[in-house]
Each structure stands twice: as structure tokens, then as C-alpha cells.
Design a protein around this ligand. Structure first.
Ligand code: SF4
Length: 303
């Protein structure tokens, strides 16, 4: 772990309708140790050649406190876009936990993306925030095949652990679901793989799955991905090079057909998959016990 200087932690997202309708972005860490071979954050454009080492931003929580306190209009903070906020160091450093405490105190909402079941540690805080502001927990999932995951996401908690964590959050009343991305061409795009994934997500209480059927490749992450792929499966690496060359968007074959299949599988389990629906659902104000009582009263009058 190394410490790096930081001036701003709370960054306003471009408006309107940014990713899941969030208002601010926070990255308390730089780099990630989960080792996903497809990770876009390894791209040269982000300027972090030592991506697999976690860097901690100096005085991050102090800077964040000052920034959060000053804002007149609060909103939902997203975290987890460039590195996992629940990396193994978080157990000890508790910076993400500190962010949640600040959200609770200054009344901000939170939208977390993670591959780690460590998020369960903060269940009480998430519950407390959800009483006054929107809370969204997105588990990043690319496959539910444990063997495949163990080589494309070698140091991340297994898909089974992520699914169990999602179930625990859902049972505790936290709005949670899955970011299904990437879906790697040739490796994760068989219809049965998508059926199995949706079924398991449904059985573990996913409220939504937001997909992207492909992977992005650019300088830095492309070379890393192909190097790892070649070591494991040289023929597959050649297939990628032949099919995609230097393309940025590397889509699966017949993405429209896959989307149709995916949507019909989601419908079986009542899982949302459109951005607008998901935003509407997680931002919906929670019913207070008082309004529930009124509902019952209204119902008895009507009846
Ligand atoms: S968990 Fe996310 S940030 Fe970390 S290596 Fe995997 S894809 Fe990259």
C-alpha cells in the first residue's frame, strides 16, 4: 500500500441522468487487488501503471468531510467505478465505512459497486442511510461459473460469496442487484450461461440485473487481457485478436438475440433490467409506518 496526495474527493458527476442517476463520485482508493483480467481501469489513459497495488488517498476522510459539509444540495454518491471500495485493505483501514458514516450524518444517499462480501460488515450503516436517503448496492458479476471466475477474476471473492452477500442485503431490506458486465465474447455468451446466471441471481434476491453484452478493450487493458488469455488458452487469444483487432467495443455475436433471451429470463423472476426502472425503484421513498397505517385505514373505508 502507498499513500498518494489528493485535493478533491467528492466529484460532481455530469448531469443530468449520470450512471444510475447519481450526483457525486467518490474514489477513496486507487488501484485494485482483485486481479480481473478484463479490468478497464488498467487502461493507459487512467495513468496508473501500478494498478494492482492499492494506493490510499491522503487525508481522504478529512477532505471528504469538508466537502460534504459544505454542499447545500445533497444527493447520491457513487463509489466503486475505478477500484473496489471493499478491497482487502478496507477491512483494516475502514475508509469506505467512514464514507458511509458521513453519508448517514450529512444525509447523502449511496450507490456502491463491489465484488466483495465485505460490504455485509456495513449492513447497519446501509440500513440507517436507507431510512433517509436512497441506497443501491450493485454486485459486479461476469459469470456464475466458479472455475471460469477463478481465472478471469483470480483474487476477487467467488461468485457464490457475492450472491450470498446480495441475499443477506436483500433480506435486510437493502435495494440490491447485479451489474452484469463484462460478458466476454466466446467465454461467457452461451444462452445457457445467461439462463443459469439469471436463475441464480433470482434465487438470491436480485432486484435487478443491468447488462452489457461485451467487453471494452483499449491500450493497456487489451495487452494485459490478451497476455493472460494466451497463457491459459492460446487459441482463444488468437480468436480475440482476429475478431476484434484494436476495436474498443468488443461485442458478443448477436447481442440483440441475447438481450431478448435475457429479458425473458428476467421476467420469469421479476428482475428489473432497464436503467430507468432501476433508478425509479431504488429512489422510491420508503413507506413510513404512519403511511402504512393510513393505507390500511383508507382500505377499510373503501371496503
Ligand atoms: S474488481 Fe473492478 S476495479 Fe478491481 S480489478 Fe476487478 S474490474 Fe478492476
Amino acid at each position: 500500500m502507498t499513500v498518494i496526495p489528493a485535493k478533491q474527493i467528492l466529484i460532481r458527476t455530469p448531469q443530468p441522468n449520470w450512471w444510475f442517476s447519481t450526483d457525486f463520485n467518490v474514489n477513496l482508493y486507487r488501484g485494485c487487488t482483485h486481479g480481473c483480467i478484463y479490468c478497464d481501469s488498467r487502461s493507459v489513459c487512467y495513468g496508473d501503471p501500478d494498478f494492482d497495488t492499492i494506493k490510499v488517498k491522503e487525508n481522504a476522510l478529512e477532505i471528504l468531510t469538508l466537502q460534504m459539509r459544505k454542499k447545500r444540495v445533497k444527493g447520491v454518491i457513487m463509489t466503486g467505478a475505478m477500484s473496489d471500495p471493499y478491497n482487502p485493505l478496507e477491512k483494516k483501514l475502514q475508509l469506505t465505512k467512514g464514507l458511509l458514516e458521513l453519508c448517514d450524518f450529512y444525509r447523502y444517499g449511496i450507490a456502491i459497486t463491489t465484488k466483495s462480501d465485505l460490504v455485509i460488515r456495513d449492513l447497519e450503516l446501509l440500513t440507517s442511510i436507507s431510512k433517509h436517503s436512497p441506497v443501491l448496492v450493485m454486485f459486479s458479476l461476469s459469470t456464475v461459473d466458479e472455475s471460469l471466475s477463478s481465472w478471469i477474476e483470480p483474487k476477487a471473492p467467488s461468485p457464490a460469496r457475492r450472491l450470498l452477500a446480495m441475499q443477506k442485503l436483500q433480506e435486510a431490506g437493502i435495494f440490491t442487484g447485479v451489474l452484469l458486465m463484462p460478458v466476454l465474447p466466446f467465454l461467457e455468451d452461451k444462452p445457457q450461461q445467461i439462463r443459469d446466471l439469471v436463475a441464480l441471481c433470482g434465487q438470491h434476491g436480485a432486484k435487478f440485473i443491468y447488462p452489457w453484452f461485451g467487453v471494452t478493450m483499449r491500450e493497456g487493458n487489451r495487452e494485459y487481457f490478451l497476455k493472460k488469455l494466451k497463457r491459459r488458452d492460446p487459441e482463444m487469444a488468437k480468436r480475440y485478436q482476429h475478431r476484434f483487432g484494436n476495436s474498443y467495443f468488443c461485442s458478443i455475436s448477436r447481442p440483440d438475440q441475447m438481450m431478448e433471451l435475457f429479458k425473458s429470463e428476467c421476467a420469469r423472476y421479476g428482475i428489473l433490467n432497464q436503467m430507468q426502472q432501476i433508478v425509479k425503484a431504488y429512489k422510491k421513498p420508503k413507506e413510513s409506518p404512519k403511511s402504512k397505517q393510513l393505507d390500511i385505514f383508507d382500505y377499510s373505508l373503501d371496503g
